[in-house]
Design a protein around this ligand. Structure first.
Ligand SMILES: [Fe+2]
Length: 162
């Protein structure tokens, strides 16, 4: 993806989890707003207002997503929470930095790509894959003779097809 390329929502990013998908779409919209800002017309302060909006929305979204993962007993919850915290820290650190506006915009675009594309496509998609594997396992166990077999799921074997 090129730096100036617009980041747009695509249905292939959908996890099939309404609240999460709706929030992911809103994150794309907020990042779109950042991309739409013109260097010559917007001051650093205006840019920071949108950044703070993105930052707040991102935190609330991560909280909801973590609650959902907890609800479905997602096995890599702690690791996923750490990814969220790293993104929050990185964004906060960048917002606080006193870089020139042009530099700040470039840095933010890099983070936005990490939040929206890499995180959603590489990490959030594993939540969906986990749910699919749970359904498949329950179908297998339902038809198996030995129903005492313990359900297991190895997150390290998941390779998102993207
Ligand atoms: Fe996430």
């Amino acid at each position: 993806m090129l730096m100036d390329e617009e980041i747009l929502w695509d249905n292939r990013y959908s996890l099939g989890i309404n609240i999460v998908d709706t929030q992911h779409k809103q994150l794309f919209t907020l990042v779109g707003k950042l991309y739409a800002l013109d260097n010559t017309k917007n001051t650093k302060e205006e840019f920071k207002i949108i950044l703070n909006e993105l930052s707040e929305y991102m935190k609330n979204h991560f909280k909801d997503e973590e609650e959902y993962m907890q609800f479905i007993k997602y096995p890599a919850l702690e690791e996923h929470k750490q990814f969220h915290q790293d993104l929050i820290d990185k964004l906060a650190e960048t917002i606080k930095s006193s870089s020139k506006l042009s530099i700040l915009k470039i840095k933010i675009r890099i983070i936005a790509k990490r939040v929206l594309i890499e995180h959603i496509v590489n990490e959030d998609i594993k939540i969906k894959l986990f749910e699919i594997s749970k359904i498949n396992n329950s179908l297998i166990f339902d038809s198996a003779d030995d129903k005492d077999e313990e359900y297991s799921f190895d997150i390290t074997n998941i390779k998102p097809d993207v």
